[in-house]
Design a protein around this ligand. Structure first.
Ligand SMILES: [Ca+2]
Ligand SMILES: [Ca+2]
Length: 292
């Protein structure tokens, strides 16, 4: 820093120099943002301590301003335990029967000084599943959708749809309960509309930064019927490149032959699930890559 007097003429001015160190302190201007799925499966007979899912929220601030902890705000705290620092949601006690769907509210809060603390809430649906029933079918064995790379979050990719022949009018709801890339859990990059089954992006898909392959597991839950089922969709995003420079990525969703597992939900909101592991698959083709 230099201070100069305003003497005239300017050649008579005298100045003094001082070295000043400026410390920029982080302001807590970001609230945590959830990046984990908002549905989990609870298998019949799950034991005490069983991990259902891990909630995770990102916070872009530095140090304690970006350090996130988790709380279970409402919903059966006597059954579920949410580990404050890790976000692990586990069972507090053994679950002999699988007949309920639970709705939980959780909150992520950063560790900024109390007056500047920011938090975000989300809802979780925990769906009990067993392996002794069959249920509805997805309406197609092959779903195909496309989304351009760098499209904004919220771009529709495709729609999944299941019907229960026992009650074709039954309402079915859809949840994403698992997202993996190369067999590892990754942040949720897709949303599903609970009622319409429309799968959309929840972030900008960037081929260069993202994994080559994603798998997305979707469960369908039917209301108002006694027979439950579940279903799984696989998202696969593969690299390829073209000289066209058109920056376009296609995502195809493919269904494998159905394999039923699961499920009974007799109490609570939902009464029917359908479960089709390895059922559906996305392929993404990016003309930025040279080969298909
Ligand atoms: Ca923060
Ligand atoms: Ca900040």
């Amino acid at each position: 820093m230099v201070a100069t007097d305003q003497a005239e003429p300017a050649s008579n001015r005298i100045s003094a120099e001082k070295l000043v160190t400026v410390i920029v302190e982080d302001v807590n201007d970001n609230a945590p943002t959830f990046t984990s799925v908002n549905a989990g499966l609870l298998p019949k007979g799950a034991e005490r301590g069983h991990e259902i899912l891990r909630v995770h929220a990102a916070d872009a601030d530095a140090n304690t301003n970006g350090l996130v902890t988790y709380d279970l705000v409402s919903g059966d705290a006597e059954i579920f335990s949410l580990e404050r620092s890790t976000g692990r949601l586990t069972l507090r006690r053994e679950m002999p029967s699988a007949d309920v769907t639970y709705h939980l509210s959780v909150r992520a809060t950063d560790e900024a000084v109390h007056s500047q603390r920011k938090s975000t809430g989300t809802h979780l649906t925990i769906i009990s599943v067993t392996e002794d029933m069959a249920g509805p079918l997805f309406t197609k064995k092959l779903y195909t959708g496309s989304v351009a790379e760098n499209e904004p979050a919220g771009t529709n990719v495709l729609t999944v749809s299941a019907r229960y022949t026992g009650n074709p009018l039954a309402d079915i709801e859809y949840f994403i309960f698992n997202v993996t890339a190369n067999s590892r859990d990754v942040p949720l990059l897709f949303d599903i509309d609970q009622e319409s089954g429309v799968v959309s992006t929840s972030a900008v898909l960037d081929r260069e930064a993202d994994a080559e392959e994603y798998e997305l597991d979707i469960i369908a839950v039917t209301r108002g019927t006694p027979t439950p089922q579940t279903s799984v969709c696989k998202v696969r995003k593969t690299k390829s490149e073209s000289a066209s420079g058109s920056h376009y990525a296609l995502i195809h969703l493919k269904a494998k032959p159905y394999r039923f597992e699961s499920v009974s939900v007799s109490l609570g909101f939902f009464t029917l699930l359908s479960y089709l592991p390895d059922n559906i698959r996305f392929h993404a083709v990016d003309p930025d890559s040279s080969h298909r």
